[in-house]
Each structure stands twice: as structure tokens, then as C-alpha cells.
Write a protein that binds this ligand. Structure first.
Ligand code: SF4
Ligand code: MG
Length: 321
């Protein structure tokens, strides 16, 4: 498949006063292929939202590159900028905070269309009605305000707003984390249907591996601003390589209680270190049950250790054995 987005050695650092630097995203590289869903997973503060926001240019990269259709997004200007702003859309975690409470649903959904001059007059309203139906709402909802809707419905409005401008790539930043468990599957299924129908590509951000399982073709696991492992979903679930991925997976309860009781678990102890003062070498070493001397001395390389299976860990570096 064709590469739609290429992220290369991306860093996003924030100055947080007194010469202190928060290394939110610290040198990550990956691709997103056309038509796929790439899940991006990690505990809160690991840099996954910052990654999404830097890809869509809400933040400027500190260094490294993001390419969209081969073009460096941080160099886009003029007419191409408008095109970029249309083709890449974001859905946010908090369906309460991300919709303007003073705007009618119709105007929220049509905002992007208005900016891009896509549909006008009668066409505009027809398009809004159509989008509402597409996301499982109806035209009666167009004249209402956000507070009149449930969390799941608001997230549907957010999805309609993103879809309105015919995007190619959608960054969904924890779109289901704030929703009731019973609603989560509905929203995931809606996103999957829309992907099929419109040929969309997704970066789907979540804080736990169980949430991305059913939507992702591939999954990347982040820790403390760095990418630990990236593989096709099945591969990652069935044969995780990185000690951190193993720990994340063993925190997901298994449906079979007998297997659940006898399984091998990797239990993580200690807290995630501060991204202002991350450990030397491997960022995970202070909590890794398999840490070795070399892990403090050298940062592990990002290597494709099996076809399409990337990992950053000294256990898989030939020269560390
Ligand atoms: Fe653990 Fe070392 Fe691998 Fe890091 S590089 S995950 S500390 S074994
Ligand atoms: Mg976040």
C-alpha cells in the first residue's frame, strides 16, 4: 500500500521554565498507509496526543519531519495549506469540550465547509442533514445545541464535523475514552463503516490496547515520548516482543477465567518517570523486568526485527547479545 503519512525522527519538546525541557515526543519514526487504521497506544503523558497534534500542525515540530502525500507538512504554504487543512481532520477525546456550546449543530458541522467554500445555501443544509444521517443522528438534530446531546451523540457530531470537508486522513485522539463502555463499540463500528465507505485512513489514539484491538490494522506502542514497538495487530497481540507491550497486554483481563488464573503476567512496578528528566538509555529501563547494564548506557535502536514488526529494545539488537 501507498504511504500517506511519513513521520521521521519527530521530536516535539516544550520549554517548561528555568531551562527545563519537556520531551513530549522524542525521536519517533513510523508510516501510515493509505486506507489503514494505525492504533497508537500508551499511558497518559506518553506523547501520543502530542504526536497527533504535531502531525496535523497544531504544534510545530521541534525537529524531524512529517510528510503527507510526500510533502513536508511544516513547509506547506499558500493554497496548499488550505488543501492540507481540509484533507487532514481531527476528532477529539472530549466530546463536551470540543463542541462550541453556543453554536447550533448545523453550524458546528458546516464550519469547515464554510471555511473551504464547499457547499452553500440549500446545498449546505442538505449536506448537513446527510452527514447527520451518516453518523446515526437525524435532521431534527441540526437546530439543537450541544448540551442537548449525550456523550456518544456529541462524539457523532464531532465525527460529522470532521467528515464534512471530505478528508482523507483522520486523527482520532481517544475518541471513545470518555464514553460509556456500552457506547464505545458503537462509535468504533461507525468509524469502521465510514472508513470503508469513504476510503479513509485513521490514526487512532487510545490509552489501552483493548480499545484499539478491533479497529487497528497495525498498532504502535509509545512510552515516555518514544515508540517501543509497532506491528500488525495480530502479531502484536499474539507475539509481543517488547517488555512494555507484554506488560500492557497482561493487564487486560482474559475472558476465560481458568486461563486468566494461570497465565504468566508481567506486572509493572513504579511510576512513569518524568519526561523532563527521562532515564538514560532505554526510557523503559526503570520499570523493565528484563533490564540489563547496556539498557542504561545506550538507547536501543528502532529495528525491523521481523517483517513489518519494529521494536526498540536491546534484547533484540544483535550486537547486544
Ligand atoms: Fe528492557 Fe532493556 Fe529492552 Fe529497555 S532495552 S525494554 S530496559 S530490556
Ligand atoms: Mg491525550
Amino acid at each position: 500500500a501507498k504511504k500517506l503519512v511519513e513521520v521521521r525522527n519527530l521530536k516535539k519538546h516544550f520549554e517548561v521554565g528555568k531551562g527545563k525541557i519537556l520531551k513530549a515526543v522524542n525521536d519517533i519514526s513510523f508510516d501510515v498507509y493509505e486506507g489503514e487504521t494505525l492504533g497508537l497506544v500508551g499511558e497518559s503523558g506518553c506523547g501520543k496526543s502530542t504526536t497527533g497534534k504535531t502531525i496535523i500542525r497544531l504544534y510545530r515540530a521541534t525537529s524531524g519531519e512529517v510528510r503527507f502525500h510526500g510533502d513536508d507538512v511544516h513547509q506547506i504554504s499558500g493554497k496548499n495549506m488550505k488543501d492540507f487543512n481540509r484533507k487532514m481532520q481531527m476528532i477529539f477525546q472530549d466530546p463536551y469540550a470540543s463542541l462550541n456550546p453556543r453554536m447550533k449543530v448545523e453550524d458546528i458541522i458546516a464550519e469547515g465547509m464554510d471555511i473551504h467554500g464547499l457547499f452553500k445555501g440549500k446545498e449546505r443544509q442538505r449536506r448537513v442533514f446527510e452527514l447527520l444521517e451518516t453518523v446515526g443522528l437525524n435532521k431534527e438534530h441540526a437546530s439543537r445545541f450541544p448540551h442537548e446531546f449525550s456523550g456518544g451523540q456529541r462524539q457523532r457530531i464531532g465525527i460529522a464535523r470532521a467528515l464534512a470537508v471530505n478528508p482523507e486522513f483522520i486523527i482520532a485522539d481517544e475518541p471513545i475514552s470518555a464514553l460509556d463502555v456500552s457506547i464505545q463499540a458503537q462509535v468504533v463500528n461507525l468509524l469502521k463503516d465510514l472508513q470503508k465507505k469513504h476510503g479513509l485512513t485513521y490514526l487512532f489514539i487510545a490509552h489501552d490496547l483493548s480499545m484499539v484491538k478491533h479497529i487497528s490494522d497495525r498498532i504502535g506502542v509509545m512510552y515516555l515520548g518514544a515508540m517501543m514497538e509497532l506491528a500488525e495487530s495480530e502479531d502484536l497481540y499474539d507475539e509481543p516482543l517488547h517488555p512494555y507491550t507484554k506488560a500492557l497486554l497482561s493487564s487486560i483481563p482474559l475472558p476465560d477465567p481458568e486461563v486468566e488464573e494461570t497465565r504468566q503476567r508481567t506486572i509493572l512496578t513504579g511510576d512513569v518517570p518524568s519526561p523532563i528528566d527521562p532515564p538514560s538509555g532505554c526510557p523503559f529501563r526503570t520499570r523493565c523486568p528484563e533490564a540489563m547494564d547496556v539498557c542504561a548506557e545506550k538507547k536501543p535502536q528502532w529495528l525491523e526485527v521481523r517483517p513489518k514488526h519494529y521494536v526498540a529494545c536491546h534484547l533484540f539488537e544483535p550486537e547486544s547479545q
